[in-house]
Design a protein around this ligand. Structure first.
Ligand code: PHE
Length: 491
């Protein structure tokens, strides 16, 4: 149970409350949501099982996990882990900027006068805030510092235990917002936008965006879930665990959509307003609660959001810190501080991407602002490619015995689904990349390398039963773990 809450704490974050609504808004609503749901269950779920499996079977941080389980080609497979490390750096850099926004909004919520919180006020407040370079950098830094202190102090466990309160609190808050939204005048239009699928709005772009959002929101493809898997107890079913995480994460995203779009339509705002969507709509939604309750609720909301962002952001840092510590390159303390510093440097261009500085805010980076570009590299490239690698690795490289041992119950359904998911990812990815020749070339090369590696490794490894001593090792590790946890429970 604690495990599920911890992994859900990683999954539920800005991806659900900040990214899902704005990406849905930009991609036309209903049809996008439908494809998103399909991606979550048909692609995300089997890949989550695979990622947890690699973690649990190896008990290592990502790159070392691939190396350990990858047999003769482990040295090559570990680059999938490295992909994850690069993704984590880039992701943390802009994630921290948005995390900083949540902190600023908590601070700001004490100053808001709900009676004059009109849509124009909320819009102005947001664009003035994001256009101020010093404020952007300051709040980003504070967010990174809090994360670094939590990792350094080793209170991560305590924080995860707090998920017991936080996840129900978050759900309660969202349900309150949903009720508020449904009583808005334009509620119906908002719901139609969110759920009525207009298939004429679907393109390769939409499908890739939906898949990228599924990977982002479920924390898949970069080793975060793998790292959680390495702590997961042997008794837990990977399939059930994954299913609960996926369900909770999706529930939060969809409910947030229901809480936001009706308000948006009721106040005549555009669903296409981009990354500011949640930060503009939420204050307006809370103004409906009056001048006493409104300010209290808005403060609580942004506190919950900041907490959600922090637990996710720590889960992004953790595999990278673990990598340097496991390889005995750096101590935990030095790794965390250095990582925090590098992320801060890397976050500056993203912090200046929403009006803070012309170079980063204009579409200079493959037709995107710097922040959108970083997000494109992570969500539309590295995470899906990581997921593809994970799926092929588990399918072709791991021996049947390990797979069956880890997924005893739904093996027959999960295994073919995993292969289908892998090829769906590759298809969607390459199809979209075909719109841009340089991107296509890079994409084809990367996909081919992963496939080649899988084919070569499978010839050597597949269906080769585990050496008796290897199997024995796994079993003994498991036994030890059981004993330890029994001791923990009895003390
Ligand atoms: N899933 C997290 C969110 O929704 C973000 C995340 C992505 C965390 C990848 C870890 C790894 O905010």
């Amino acid at each position: 149970m604690v495990f599920i809450l911890a992994a859900t704490g990683s999954a539920v974050g800005l991806g659900n409350i900040w990214r899902f609504p704005y990406i849905t808004g930009m991609n036309g609503g209903g049809a996008f949501v439908l494809i998103y749901l399909l991606c979550v269950f048909a692609i995300g779920l089997p890949i989550m099982v695979a990622e947890l499996l690699i973690g649990r079977a190896s008990k290592q941080s990502p790159a070392l996990a691939f190396k350990k389980l990858g047999g003769k080609n482990g040295d090559y497979w570990q680059y999938i882990g490295w992909f994850g490390i690069i993704a984590a750096f880039l992701l943390s850099s802009y994630y921290s900027v948005i995390g900083g926004w949540t902190l600023y909004y908590i601070y700001q919520s004490f100053n808001w006068h709900m009676s004059d919180l009109t849509k124009d006020h909320a819009l102005n407040a947001f664009s003035t805030f994001t256009a101020d370079p010093a404020t952007q950098i300051f709040w980003t830094l504070i967010f990174i510092l809090i994360g670094v202190i939590i990792v350094l102090k080793g209170v991560k466990g305590g924080l995860e235990a707090f998920n017991k309160i936080f996840i129900p609190a978050l759900l309660l808050m969202i349900v309150l917002l949903v009720i508020n939204a449904l009583t808005c005048k334009g509620a119906w239009d908002g719901l139609m936008f969110l759920f009525y699928p207009d298939f004429s709005k679907i393109s390769g772009e939409t499908v890739l965006a939906a898949m990228g959002q599924a990977f982002f929101s479920l924390s898949l493809g970069m080793g975060a879930i793998l790292t959680y898997g390495s702590y997961l107890h042997d008794k837990e079913s990977l399939m059930n665990t994954s299913f609960v995480i996926v369900l909770l994460d999706t529930l939060v995203a969809v409910l947030v959509g229901i809480a936001i779009f009706p308000v948006l339509f009721a106040f005549g705002m555009s669903p296409e307003s981009g990354p500011g969507l949640t930060f503009i709509t939420m204050p307006v939604a809370f103004s409906n609660f009056g001048t006493v309750l409104g300010p209290i609720l808005i403060t609580v909301f942004f506190m919950i959001l900041a907490f959600a962002a922090l637990t996710s952001s720590i889960s992004i840092l953790e595999p990278v810190v673990a990598h340097f510590v496991d390889k005995e390159i750096l101590s935990r303390k030095v790794a965390t501080i250095m990582l925090g510093f590098l992320i801060f440097i890397l976050s500056i261009p993203s912090a200046l991407s929403n009006g803070g500085h012309d170079i980063f805010s204009s579409k200079n980076f493959l037709g995107r602002s710097f922040m959108d570009f970083a997000d494109f590299i992570v969500s539309d490239n590295l995470l899906p490619l990581g997921g593809f690698g994970i799926a092929l690795f588990v399918f072709f490289v791991l021996s049947r015995e390990v797979r069956r041992y880890e997924v005893p119950k739904y093996y027959g359904i999960w295994k073919p689904l995993l292969l289908i998911a892998a090829f769906a990812v590759a298809f969607v990815y390459l199809h979209k990349a075909a719109s841009d020749i340089p991107w296509l070339i890079v994409a084809v090369i990367l996909v081919m390398i992963i496939i080649d590696l899988a084919v070569i490794s499978s010839k050597q490894e597949s269906d080769k039963p585990l050496e008796p001593h290897e199997l024995q090792e796994i079993k003994e590790a498991r036994k030890l773990e059981h004993e330890n946890s029994n001791q923990d429970n009895s003390t």
